[in-house]
Design a protein. Sequence first.
Length: 255
Amino acid sequence: MDSNDALIRYQDAHKVALITLDAPQRRNALSTSMIAQIREALARARSDERKRVVVIDHAGPWFCAGADLAESARATRLEELPAAHLAELLADICESPKPVVAVARGGARGGGVGLLAAADLVVSDYRAEFAFSEVRLGVVPAVIGPVVARKLTRGLMRRLFMTGESFSAVDGVGWGLVTKATAPDSVERHQADTVEKLLAGGPKALAGVKALTATPGLRDELRSAAAVTAEYFFSEEGREGVRSFIEKSSPPWVD
């Protein structure tokens, strides 16, 4: 992969594999290229016996703004839609035998919140705000539903999915989505503390815990959910909503 095409950074940090989302000018939006690069990095970390923990961090003020909407707007079939590839990434994170820690120093939307939900532990700046804003585009966050359902109650999911309202990292702690919400100058320290606690556990035992608490058939469920998301993206309402967002105008159902 040419360095000019790199949308992430992979760093060896002793026993930790650090994956940094590095497209701040795009608010780290999940394009098919970025998703592929994250999956490659996860596979690299998984195959490296020296690596015991995976940390997903980010450059810039946003953790992740969700799926790349410009690419989604151009897609004409499921294979071209970032959401379809996101399903595989979420499954990779959940099925990783090595603990995955996400670090949200900034906000996230849609698929970006899905990444947080798929991670085993999340450390966040308490000022970070998140939202499932898909309905405002005329689409449904189906593809992330299976991983979000592992953290949030169905009733809360319905509320947040339907309203698209923002919520804080502190709210996320109370709901089980975020492990620790802390002051910005303490994020790095709490990240290090979290990793240290994980390294104190036996690697096979940690993998066993993940297997013990896994959701049976999750990858197939995510793939089916991605197909549902695609139906909405390819619908007239979804096309209109995404187009309006890109053009910074109100979708027709708001007028």
